[in-house]
Design a protein around this ligand. Structure first.
Ligand code: HEC
Ligand code: HEC
Ligand code: HEC
Ligand code: HEC
Ligand code: HEC
Length: 288
C-alpha cells in the first residue's frame, strides 16, 4: 500500500501531541496560579467601605480592645461587626460634622446598618468558628495579621484550604497562652526572651486553656526580688542578719521554662488538649 503519510508527518503528529500536552499543562498551571492569586482570594485588597474606618487609629491610637467592637469572638462562631450604636458612643460627640462620618449618622437616624463589605468570606460549605480557635490559644494576629497597624482592613492570609491545613498539621508553632490572644505584638519564646508556664488547675471539666498560666518574668527571680526587698527594708532597721538567715521563698515548682515556640507549643498542646494532626486534618472537621 502506498504511504499516505510520509515520515515527516509522523514526527509532526508526535510534535503536535507534545505541544498540546504542554499547552494543557500551562493552562492548568495558570488556572491554578490564578485560583491562588490575590485577584481571586482578595488577599491584601482594601475594600471600598462606606466609611474609611481605621483600625490603626481606633486600636493603636485610641487603645480600644478588639472585644469592644467584636463582642462575640470568644463565645460564638462569629466575631461580629459592631452596630452603629458602638460608633455613636463616641461619634455623637467627636467629629460630629465630619463628612467622612455622614454614613454613620445616616445609619443612626434611619436605623439601617452600615453596609460594610466583608473582607473575609469563606464559602458556605466550610465550617469555621472563632470560639474554639480563640479559646485554644490562637491569637487574632496569627490569622488576621497586625490589625492595629491597618489604616484600612485587608485580608493578610488567603483563607484557602491549604492555609488552614498548614496550621492544623502542626498547631504548636502558633499556640500562645490564651491571655495573649489579643496581643498584636506577642513574641514567641526565645533564649533571650523565655516564657514560663504552669498548669494551675488541670481538673476535668475545667476549660483547659484557662488552666495554664504563663509569664515572661522569671517566677523564681520574682521570689528573689521580694527577698532582697525585705532585706533592704530590714537593713534600714538594722535587722539584716535575721532576714538573711531566713530561708528564701521558694519559686512555685510547677513552672517550666521555655526558650522556643516549638517547646512551649507542645506543652500547650497537651494542656489545651489539642487533637492530633490526623484528627484535625480529616475532612469532616471543616466540611460537615
Ligand atoms: C471601634 C471598633 C473596632 C475595634 C476596636 C476593632 N474593630 Fe475590627 N472592625 C470594626 C469595623 C467597623 C469593621 C468593619 C469595617 C472594616 O472592615 O474595616 C471591622 C472589621 C474587622 C475585620 C474584618 C472583617 C471582615 O469583613 O472580614 C477584622 C479581621 C477585624 N476587624 C479584626 C479586629 C481586631 C483583631 C481588633 C483588635 C486588634 C479589632 N478588629 C478592633 C470595628 C472595630
Ligand atoms: C472610643 C471612642 C470611639 C469609638 C467607639 C469610635 N470612634 Fe471613630 N474616632 C474616634 C476618635 C477620637 C477619632 C479621631 C481620631 C484621630 O484623629 O486620630 C475617630 C475618627 C474616626 C474617623 C475619621 C478617620 C480616622 O480614622 O481618623 C472615622 C471614619 C471613624 N472614627 C469611624 C468610626 C466608626 C465607623 C466607628 C464604629 C465602628 C467608630 N469610629 C468608633 C473615637 C471613636
Ligand atoms: C484561626 C484563624 C482565625 C483567628 C485566630 C481569628 N480569626 Fe477572625 N476570621 C477568620 C476567618 C476564616 C474569618 C472568615 C469567617 C467566615 O467567612 O465565615 C474571620 C472573620 C472575622 C471577622 C468578620 C466577621 C465575622 O464574625 O466573621 C472579624 C470581625 C474577625 N474575624 C475578628 C477576629 C478577632 C477580633 C480575632 C481575635 C480575637 C479573630 N478574628 C481571630 C479567622 C480567624
Ligand atoms: C494558626 C492555626 C490555625 C489556623 C490558621 C486554622 N486553625 Fe482551625 N484550629 C486550630 C486549632 C488549634 C484548633 C483546636 C483543635 C483542638 O482543640 O483539637 C482548631 C480547630 C478547628 C475546628 C474544630 C472546631 C470544632 O468544634 O471541632 C474547625 C472546624 C477549624 N479549626 C476550622 C478551620 C478553618 C476552616 C480554617 C481556615 C479558614 C482554620 N481552622 C484555620 C488552629 C488553626
Ligand atoms: C481545616 C479545615 C479544612 C479541612 C480539614 C479540609 N478542608 Fe477542604 N476546604 C477548606 C476551605 C477553607 C476551603 C475553601 C477554599 C477556598 O475558598 O478557596 C475548602 C475547599 C474544599 C474544596 C473545594 C475546592 C477547592 O479547593 O476550593 C474541596 C473539594 C475540599 N475542600 C475537599 C476537602 C477534602 C476531601 C478534605 C479531607 C481530605 C478537606 N477538604 C479537608 C477547609 C478544609
Amino acid at each position: 500500500m502506498a504511504q499516505i503519510f510520509d515520515r515527516s508527518s509522523n514526527a509532526l503528529a508526535r510534535m503536535s501531541l507534545v505541544l498540546t500536552g504542554l499547552i494543557v499543562i500551562a493552562l492548568g498551571v495558570t488556572l491554578d496560579e490564578l485560583q491562588r492569586s490575590p485577584w481571586v482570594t482578595r488577599q491584601g485588597q482594601r475594600a471600598d467601605q462606606p466609611v474609611p474606618f481605621s483600625h490603626k487609629h481606633h486600636v493603636q491610637g485610641l487603645g480600644l480592645q478588639c472585644q469592644y467592637c467584636h463582642t462575640s469572638v470568644e463565645k460564638s462562631s462569629y466575631a461580629g461587626i459592631p452596630p452603629t450604636r458602638t460608633c455613636m458612643n463616641c461619634h455623637a460627640q467627636i467629629w460630629t460634622n465630619a463628612q467622612l462620618l455622614e454614613p454613620v449618622r445616616q445609619s443612626w437616624y434611619t436605623g439601617q446598618s452600615i453596609p460594610w463589605i466583608k473582607v473575609h468570606d469563606l464559602p458556605d460549605f466550610v465550617f469555621f468558628s472563632h470560639e474554639i480557635h480563640v479559646n485554644k490559644g490562637i491569637g487574632c494576629e496569627s490569622c488576621h495579621g497586625k490589625v492595629d497597624e491597618m489604616p484600612l482592613m485587608y485580608a493578610q492570609n488567603t483563607l484557602q484550604m491549604e492555609w488552614c491545613l498548614d496550621c492544623h498539621r502542626n498547631p504548636a508553632k502558633n499556640l500562645r497562652p490564651t491571655s495573649q490572644i489579643y496581643n498584636m505584638d506577642w513574641q514567641a519564646p526565645s533564649e533571650d526572651h523565655p516564657a514560663w508556664c504552669a498548669a494551675v488547675d488541670d481538673k476535668q471539666g475545667v476549660p483547659t486553656a484557662q488552666s495554664v498560666s504563663c509569664t515572661r518574668n522569671d517566677p523564681s527571680s520574682a521570689g528573689a526580688e521580694m527577698a532582697s526587698l525585705h532585706l533592704a527594708q530590714a537593713g534600714a532597721k538594722g535587722l539584716a542578719e535575721d532576714v538573711a538567715a531566713a530561708p528564701m521563698p521558694a519559686a512555685p515548682p510547677s513552672y517550666t521554662k521555655f526558650t522556643s515556640q516549638e517547646d512551649m507549643g507542645h506543652f500547650l498542646e497537651v494542656h489545651y488538649k489539642i487533637r492530633t494532626p490526623k484528627d484535625l486534618t480529616s475532612c469532616e472537621v471543616c466540611h460537615r
